[in-house]
Design a protein around this ligand. Structure first.
Ligand code: UDP
Length: 477
């Protein structure tokens, strides 16, 4: 290694589910001696002091424009992506040229979120190496491959038949249309930029020097082996859950550190501490983006109430108006509703017995890492496929059944699923699910611990870029 360790630039996409994993990956790199500069964009600028604090001393933060003002909110991810694609290629290039290329410690690699496929060309044009970072599972990526690159189609005669079995796909479990990422099933008109993005993410595969997935080898063994044998040299580096919840090797790494929402930490933890019984609480949260209809909120509310179990329900401020008017008062004794919580602390709390989740990839990995059984209510994007794995492959949860005509679930189904997962005793499905959850927790820790598959992949990356760094100006440039 040269006197100065290698330097990497990291550009995240500014939604909570994309920032968390790439920031954690950055911390792991920094812990291995790499200098990291995170390139934040104006949408994140209000959180910059937090980011600065969260990122270790060896991580620096630069900010560029993404076309939004700091106080703006974007209305849809689709709109946000369109604005980013217009503005960020220029502002990122300008930052690298003006500030970094001729600095005392120029970067070697640009690490970019897979939603920015154009970043690989910026890196190449400026003489940097490139690493694409996927915040979805490898299985989801393989499915996108079949549908966008290998021309697989949902048979047209059955387009509305959600329960249809698809033909077998290599290294994937048998899938129904309901298990596919929503962007494949929905018309391209509803989310044109996202659909375009799904196809364009394969652009990076032929071009980027490294392909990282927030996953771990044992979790997706079959599909990862298939991808490695037939397609691309992907590397798993996850789960990107803070170290103190997993291998406990990085003492300062106790939380993600950057929250775009304000968590009610004290009231949540105090409330959980006051629940006596271990594994008795139902935790309900649907991540940072999902938006349920009023009628579906009502079904969850009724279902939760009918279980008679204590519950902690995260309802974002923007969703709160959809809660039934009777709910808070009638469930005061049993439940706590907050706008945002410290999810990792909640999942790690001994009082929590099950997680009613939308199965966003981060939430899924967090539940797996902390050994918490899941009741899955997927909403869109990759959540349907994550659910398929949760239920049928890893066997750590159940899926709430919906009406095939309108996609709605009802209160009875919510109640039955929660009771199934929480049922006491050493027999039955609940017991098996809890045993499996503990098995995956152990494997997740093994993957990131020293010498585990993800740790080895990160170490190899660090060794390679450190070597290149010492040769910079000699062999490479
Ligand atoms: N999260 C949190 N507090 C909450 C709800 C969610 O800290 O009350 C975090 C959660 O731990 C996860 C992220 O927000 O890291 C959500 O990411 P995910 O991929 O699960 O869903 P998305 O928000 O992208 O739909």
């Amino acid at each position: 290694m040269g006197e100065l360790g290698a330097h990497v630039l990291v550009i995240p996409f500014p939604t909570q589910g994309h920032i968390n994993p790439i920031l954690q990956f950055s911390k792991r790199l920094a812990s291995k001696g790499v200098k990291v500069t995170i390139v934040a964009t104006t949408l994140m600028s209000k959180s910059l002091p937090q980011l600065q604090k969260a990122a270790a001393a060896s991580i620096q933060v630069d900010c560029i424009s993404d076309g939004y003002n700091p106080d703006d909110n974007f209305s849809t991810v689709d709109e946000c992506l369109a604005r980013f694609n217009d503005v960020v290629p220029q502002t990122l290039t300008q930052l690298i040229v003006d500030k970094h290329l001729n600095s005392d410690h120029p970067p070697t690699v640009l690490i970019y979120d897979s939603v920015f496929p154009w970043a690989v060309d910026i890196a190449k044009n400026l003489g940097l190496l490139s690493a694409v970072f996927y915040t979805q599972s490898c299985s989801v990526c393989a499915i996108f491959y079949h549908f966008t690159q290998a021309n697989l189609k949902i048979p047209s005669t059955h387009e509305s038949s959600f329960s249809l079995d698809l033909p077998p796909l290599p290294a994937l479990p048998s899938l129904k249309v309901t298990d596919l990422p929503s962007f494949i099933v929905e018309s391209t008109e509803s989310n044109p930029n996202i659909f375009q993005l799904v196809s364009s993410q394969f652009y990076s595969f032929g071009k980027a020097d490294w392909i990282f997935f927030n996953s771990f080898d044992k979790l997706e063994e079959e599909v990862i082996n298939w991808v490695l044998e037939t397609k691309w040299a992907v590397k798993t580096i996850g789960p990107t859950v803070p170290s103190m919840y997993l291998d406990k090797k990085m003492e300062d790494d106790t939380e993600y550190g950057l929250s775009l929402f304000s968590p009610s930490t004290e009231s949540c933890m105090h409330w959980l501490d006051s629940r006596g019984k271990s594994g008795s609480v139902v935790y309900v949260a649907f991540g940072s983006l999902a938006s349920l209809g009023e009628d579906q909120m009502e079904e969850i509310a009724q279902g939760l109430k009918n279980t008679n179990a204590p519950f902690l329900w995260v309802v974002r401020a923007s969703e709160e108006g959809k809660l039934p008017s009777w709910f808070k008062e009638e469930t005061l004794e049993k439940g706590l509703v907050v706008n945002w919580c410290p999810q990792l602390d909640v999942l790690a709390h001994q009082a929590v017995g099950c997680f009613v989740t939308h199965c966003g990839w981060n939430s899924t990995l967090e539940a797996l890492s902390l050994g918490v059984p899941m009741v899955a209510i997927p909403q869109w994007s990759d959540q349907m496929t994550n659910t398929k794995y949760v239920v049928d492959v890893w066997k750590v949860g159940v899926r709430v059944k919906v009406n095939n005509e309108n996609g709605f679930f009802n209160r009875d189904e919510i109640e039955v699923c929660i009771k199934q997962v929480m049922e006491e005793g050493d027999e039955g499905n609940g017991h098996k699910i809890r045993q499996n959850a503990l098995k995956w927790k152990k494997l997740a820790i093994e993957a990131v611990d020293q010498g585990g598959s993800s740790d080895t992949n990160i170490q190899e990356f660090v060794s390679t870029i450190s070597l290149l760094n010492t040769q910079q100006g000699v062999d490479l440039y």
